[in-house]
Design a protein around this ligand. Structure first.
Ligand code: BF8
Length: 687
């Protein structure tokens, strides 16, 4: 068994310090990170299955991220963005001065705290944008091969969406066949990565006013690779040393993610594998089955997992599984790969980011199949304690000691069958006791922006009109996008749920993706019945009339592009201003941890959205720079960052922002529906 490295556990009652915004920054803005004083499974997660598995791992003396979060404190100087290691004269540490009047520290080269914080922040954006965009590139490459007919089993599943994207790209859809269009769309999408001049094609989908602002401020992204490379250049020692200029280029790189790489991933995946429509699913570790071959696909790219879905249902594979003594093959997902195959096929989800190690601890996982991103290296040492085969599939993401079965993009079904067969072969090697928590929850998912449009539909055509009217009329107070990760420095799933329930209570409809969506699924928020239980009367009335859950699962993290499209559709529908920044809307990532989240946050801010992050914020070492992100940007871009660790306070600030926007639109006085009684009617008639 792996060494635990764990301190003795306590009573599990001590809470974490919570703080928010700029006010508390003068103390220690990352104090929330410095209180490793919570013990006990209940204080580490609000998810019952996770609590049970944390206890199980402790019993077996297996080290997990939850234990390591207690025994290893984050570096406070790094956490607040005050450490510069961009050259070998450093690392230089420039924490904020403790004493009044003390001169501000600078790096050996003279770099100010603002420059250092901005450079560190910008590099996070560059890495996050690169991750999403390289996913998008991988999709575009496979899409092009599929369009040319070179991949058995892959082709155009959603012709309607192909036509829409072709129109968005300015193609002559009337005079081109489907195959020709698909090839052209694939080529044009791929060319977006290496584009040197001009503007990203999808960025022209944004509201016109936003596009004009991007042009005026030089934020309009050119090519995806170009923006990331330029950002890395500018953050090199001795290049861009103006924090505002760095933040602007970070925006260009982030926008090339949201309106570029991520949007390409979403749109082309939809064309190839189908645009999601509402579908039922189930979630949590209880979806694993003791008597079946359990395979989890984990990561982000659905390119291979789409075929693993097919292979796992192949009668030949089922026969092989039975020969090995299993009752069948049980496929489940984890992290964003899970969201992809859930949205399109209803494949159950085993859990979100912080549950990946725990899935192995159940002792019944026959193969953990990973592609790229958010995969913990610790899975390998935990897998060694059981029979689980950890299988890597991407040449970009190998894990030392794991078995590598590379995805052959020319023949995905063959790779998929080999992987499923490997899991089946592994089934008889199970040792020890199975320990599967019984917890699962039902959910309804699959809310692409096209689906929302259709479901809300006017009487004669699909339209966002009913949504806009309900916002204008005040039944829906506003829209919130709550997205992002889990972070072991806060209580697993808790901040997502506290925030979202508070928003619902205040009639704010919630759009969600990523691990946040999974937290909602586990807590029963993704079913229509949640409307009556959690929403204010206005939102509940709308959800009940349409049959929608009050929290709409829109997919994986690259699918945050769907939120951008939905926001744009609301603007274009009319009556709520002429830019995304006019909407009564806000965004949040209360438990973020990845660099991808910072890129997402920055493209939302640059698209005009007030965006709040929780747990910690990576620039607080520089008050000036953080003030610029939190306040200065609103004047320039109409959207700005914020940091609030307490989820209730986060909800309060988001609602205050929504109300501010309602006031600016002149819709702040909610028009309550007046039900006339007979006396009132008579009075009206005689008037
Ligand atoms: O892309 S929400 S922990 S799984 S980074 Fe990772 Fe964060 Fe989860 Fe999906 Ni997104």
């Amino acid at each position: 068994m792996a060494d635990t490295g764990r301190k003795k556990s306590g009573d599990g009652t001590a809470g974490k310090k919570k703080m928010s915004g700029l006010k508390e920054m003068s103390g220690n803005a990352n104090a929330a990170l410095e209180t490793p004083d919570i013990k006990g499974a209940e204080a580490k997660s609000v998810c019952k299955a996770t609590q049970k598995m944390i206890r199980r791992a402790e019993e077996l003396q297996i080290s997990t991220v939850f234990g390591r979060a207690e025994s290893m404190k984050p570096c406070p100087i790094g956490a607040e963005g005050s450490c510069c290691k961009n050259c070998a004269m450093g690392p230089c540490r420039v924490p904020p001065s403790k004493k009044e009047g003390e001169p501000a520290k600078v790096g050996l080269c003279g770099a100010s705290a603002e420059t250092i914080a901005a450079r560190n922040f910008a590099r996070m954006v560059a890495a996050g944008s690169a991750a999403h965009s390289d996913h998008g590139r991988g999709v575009a490459e496979v899409f092009l091969l599929a369009a040319k007919g070179e991949i058995p089993g892959y082709g155009v599943k959603d012709v309607q969406k192909l036509l829409q994207v072709a129109l968005d790209f300015g193609l002559d859809v009337e005079h081109m066949g489907i195959k020709e269009l698909a090839v052209k769309v694939g080529e044009m999408a791929l060319a977006e990565f290496g584009r040197q001049e001009g503007e990203l094609l999808f960025a022209r989908m944004a509201p016109l006013k936003r596009q004009e602002l991007w042009r005026k401020l030089n934020l309009m992204p050119r090519g995806i690779d170009r923006e990331v490379v330029e950002l890395m250049h500018r953050t090199h020692m001795g290049v861009d040393q103006d924090y505002k200029n760095l933040t602007a280029q970070a925006a260009r790189a982030a926008l090339s993610d949201g309106w570029g790489g991520s949007m390409i991933a979403t749109e082309l995946q939809d064309i190839m594998f189908g645009t999601p429509v509402p579908i039922k699913g189930s979630i949590n570790l209880g979806v694993l089955k003791e008597d079946e071959v359990n395979i989890i696909v984990h990561g982000h790219e659905p390119l291979l997992s789409e075929m693993i879905v097919v292979a796992a249902q192949d009668p030949e594979m089922t026969k092989l599984a039975r020969e090995k003594g299993a009752q069948g093959i049980n496929l489940a997902g984890m992290c964003c790969t899970a969201n992809e195959i859930l949205m399109r096929h209803g494949i159950p989800i085993a859990g979100n980011f912080l549950q990946q190690e725990l899935a192995i601890v159940t002792g019944v996982l026959d193969a953990m199949v990973v592609d790229v991103q958010c995969e913990m290296q610790s899975m390998h040492s935990i897998a060694k304690c059981f029979h689980t085969e950890l299988i890597t599939t991407s040449p970009k993401a190998k894990i030392e000691g794991a078995r590598h079965m590379q995805f052959d993009e020319h023949d995905p079904i063959n790779t998929a069958k080999k992987i499923v067969a490997a899991a089946i072969e592994n089934f008889p090697r199970r040792t020890g006791e199975a320990f599967i928590p019984s917890d699962t929850n039902d959910m309804v998912v699959g809310f692409s922006h096209e689906t929302i449009n259709y479901l809300l539909g006017g009487t004669f055509r699909s339209s966002y009109r009913p949504l806009n009217d309900n916002i204008i009329g005040g039944r829906i107070r506003g829209i919130a996008g709550v997205v992002g990760c889990n972070n072991a420095r806060t209580v697993h799933d808790s901040d997502h749920l506290v925030l979202i329930k508070e928003l619902l209570k205040n009639d704010v409809i919630v759009l969600t993706t990523g691990c946040s969506a999974m937290a909602c699924g586990k807590a029963g928020l993704l079913v229509p019945e949640a409307a009556a239980k959690y929403c204010g009367s206005g939102l509940a009335e709308v959800c009940e009339a349409v049959g929608l859950p009050p929290v709409l699962h829109m997919g994986s993290c690259v699918d945050n592009s769907r939120i951008l499209m939905a926001a744009t559709a609301v603007v274009k529908e009319g009556g709520l201003g002429d830019d995304i920044s006019d909407l009564p809307a806000a965004g949040a990532a209360p438990e973020w941890m990845s660099e991808k989240a910072i890129s997402i946050g920055h493209y939302f801010v640059a698209s005009g959205v007030y965006t709040v992050f929780g747990t910690t914020f990576p620039t607080t070492g520089s008050r000036i720079y953080t003030e610029y992100l939190f306040k200065g940007l609103e004047e320039e871009w109409g959207g700005m960052w914020d940091f609030v660790a307490d989820p209730l306070e986060m909800a309060r600030k988001m609602i205050a922002h929504i109300d501010k926007k309602r006031k600016a639109l002149g819709i702040d006085k909610a028009r309550e529906r007046v039900l006339y009684d007979m006396a009132m009617r008579r009075e009206l008639e005689s008037a």
